[in-house]
Design a binder for this molecule. Structure first.
Ligand code: KIV
Length: 270
């Protein structure tokens, strides 16, 4: 049975940092699950890192559910949060409820994540009242990239910072069980974290959040198009993949692979 959302709130009350990472497939989810992460996000960043789109906007609900299901199969003990794609929760509260329900029923996720502040609070209330735990996401909200005009730090002015704090409080009142804070100054995330009872999970929001989340492909050096300032690359898997694939190619070309140990024969030695 995966961790429940209660574990994350207990961690906040004990001051124990929450660690989350994204995953989009079964094999990675198994590894993350074995290591013992507190939760996995099937982020809509899969639109860029797995599907090759420029932004998160083109991701469809069917694509997101397919990836959620594969992660859930690999994450036997880990809470899986499914990121609801662009427009899948904005058309009406009923549509949001139906689509969030699909992530739990078809995808097998234990909760969903929605981007936005005041305008989604009624939706959050309704999902929560129907038994669907909701993680919020404020600060930089990548689904609004066409409106924001780029991946810029949010909440730098006093007015913006207090708007983000108001949004956080409104989401908590609406019943969100945790909130992702993306690309906001450390002072702002510190203030939000101290005012909220629910955990804050930061990405580019500094050390004062209750937990951290990173895109797996960034920390493992798998996504080479750009490395955001807020990430740290712990290994360079792209280089290792290149090495392994080149070795395989070389050995096939020079006929050193496969050798007898990788081959089968019908002739029995007596
Ligand atoms: O989709 C994603 O990877 C996210 C994280 C940046 C929090 O939403």
């Amino acid at each position: 049975m995966p961790n429940s959302i209660n574990k994350l709130s207990e961690m906040k009350s004990h001051g124990e940092p929450i660690v989350m990472v994204t995953a989009y497939d079964y094999t990675s989810a198994r590894i993350i699950n074995d290591i013992g992460f507190d939760a996995i996000l099937v982020g809509d960043s899969l639109s860029q890192v797995m599907l090759g789109n420029d932004t998160t906007v083109p991701l469809t609900i069917d694509e997101a559910i397919l990836h959620t299901r594969s992660v859930v199969r690999g994450a036997a003990n880990t809470h899986v949060v499914a990121d609801m794609p662009f427009l899948s929760y904005n058309l009406s509260i009923d549509t949001a409820l139906m689509n969030a329900g699909r992530f739990l029923q078809e995808g097998g996720a234990q909760s969903v994540k929605l981007e936005g502040g005041h305008h989604i609070c009624k939706t959050v209330e309704q999902l929560v009242s129907c038994g669907i735990p909701v993680m919020g996401h404020i600060g930089l909200t990548p689904q609004s990239i066409n409106q924001l005009g780029g991946y810029k730090v949010q909440g730098k002015s006093k007015e913006q910072a207090s708007r983000i704090l108001d949004e956080a409080l409104a989401l908590e009142n609406a019943g969100a069980y945790a909130i992702v804070l993306e690309l906001i100054p450390v002072e702002v995330s510190k203030q939000i974290t101290s005012k909220l009872k629910i955990p804050t999970i930061g990405i580019g929001a500094g050390i004062e959040c209750d937990g951290q989340i990173q895109v797996m492909h960034d920390i493992l050096g798998l996504f080479e198009l750009f490395t955001p300032k807020h990430t740290k690359q712990y290994v360079n898997l792209a280089e290792q993949m290149r090495f392994g694939l080149k070795e395989y190619m070389r050995e096939v070309k020079d006929k050193s692979f496969p050798n007898n140990s990788h081959s089968f024969t019908s002739i029995q030695n007596s």
